[in-house]
Write a protein that binds this ligand. Structure first.
Ligand SMILES: [Fe+2]
Length: 344
């Protein structure tokens, strides 16, 4: 496995780059905007293709690199389903798996620091975001934080095996990694007798707000810009308009989501499945979708969860000369809200 822990000293943030091999797919956890050039250079040097960029939660202390990485690599942006961030291309929930080629993360909902905080586990390690820090825990006094919920989340993390490596989203003291067993014994925040004691401890920290908070939170809330741009070019179909296109012989509906999303949220009847990571290959001349559109004269109508991946797909298809390609604005979420049919 290729594993890199990257540090942003201005905000004390750790970001993690993972891949199973050189020349393969990569994912990054908690990227920082100012470091995006560095990540891209490193991925180029290691011959990696970024497929997913993930935030463990809405950050208050730095601006996320998710939007910039999406714009520069067309990667999938991922956050938890509770997140209020306007558009991410894929949302995950408790018990889901989050994967790229050769790497699979188990998704654990661990609220408390914020109500959209997640941890991601692998066989030997856990990425804890700001839920569990090395000899500390993330503050719970803003962003819908809740010390009681965090206590429960920490109890869940403590049920991982003692040898599990702990990789947090931040450190301010110079530590890089710990283990669950070590934190159990030496993390002062975990030496409390019950949830009431933990809530009392967290209520009395009297921390100043993060320096970047007034800038970072509103900026991080609004990372989805692409859909409006695509609509301005006339490449978008609203969920209402799209109802009239269902079952039409001159339209091919293409689902860009992953199998797990299709199983969990259903599919639009009659649609083809062509996962987003293979898109570039599929829409270029000679690719399956390019040839399908060429041979049949059919219009390609892309859709995904929220319209973000499909907006990127439409741009890629248009770039490859598929002039009638369009996408379902707002994705299957908007489709269902508009009363659209859905197969399980
Ligand atoms: Fe945080």
């Amino acid at each position: 496995m290729i594993f890199r822990q990257l540090f942003d000293s201005a905000s004390g943030t750790y970001s993690y780059l993972l891949a199973s091999r050189h020349g393969g797919e990569a994912l990054i956890i908690d990227p920082v905007l100012e470091k995006v050039d560095r990540y891209l250079k490193l991925m180029e040097e290691l011959d990696l293709r970024l497929v997913k960029a993930i935030d463990t939660h809405l950050h208050a202390d730095h601006i996320t690199g998710l939007g910039a990485l999406r714009d520069r690599t067309q990667c999938i942006t991922v956050m938890g389903e509770q997140s209020k961030v306007d558009v991410v291309s894929m949302r995950v929930g408790e018990g889901d798996k989050l994967g790229i080629e050769g790497v699979s993360l188990d998704v654990l909902y661990t609220p408390g620091h914020t109500d959209d905080s997640y941890s991601f586990t692998m066989a030997d390690r856990v990425f804890t975001g700001d839920t569990l820090l090395i000899r500390g825990t993330g503050r719970t006094d803003f962003q819908n934080g809740d010390a009681r919920a965090q206590y429960e989340s920490l109890q869940r993390l403590m049920r991982l095996s003692d040898e599990t490596l702990v990789f947090p989203a931040h450190d301010y003291k110079g530590d890089t990694v710990s283990t669950i067993g070590e934190e159990k014994r030496y993390n002062p925040r975990l030496q409390v007798k019950d949830v009431d004691a933990y809530a009392a401890l967290m209520a009395n920290l009297n921390l100043p707000n993060p320096k970047m908070m007034d800038v970072a939170v509103p900026t991080n809330m609004h990372q989805g810009l692409l859909q409006a741009e695509i609509a301005r070019r006339g490449w978008a179909v609203s969920a209402i308009e799209a109802q009239t296109l269902l079952g039409r012989r001159d339209v091919v509906w293409i689902d860009l989501r992953e199998r797990s999303e299709r199983e969990k949220h259903g599919v639009i009847p009659g649609s083809l499945h062509a996962p987003y990571p293979d898109l570039q290959e599929n829409v270029r001349p000679g690719g399956v979708l390019h040839e399908l559109a060429g041979a049949t004269g059919k219009r390609l109508l892309f859709y995904c969860a929220f319209g973000e991946r499909s907006a990127m797909a439409v741009r890629a298809a248009q770039d490859c000369g598929l002039a009638s390609a369009c996408h379902l604005e707002g994705g299957i979420g908007a489709w269902k809200d508009a009363g659209g049919a859905c197969d399980r």
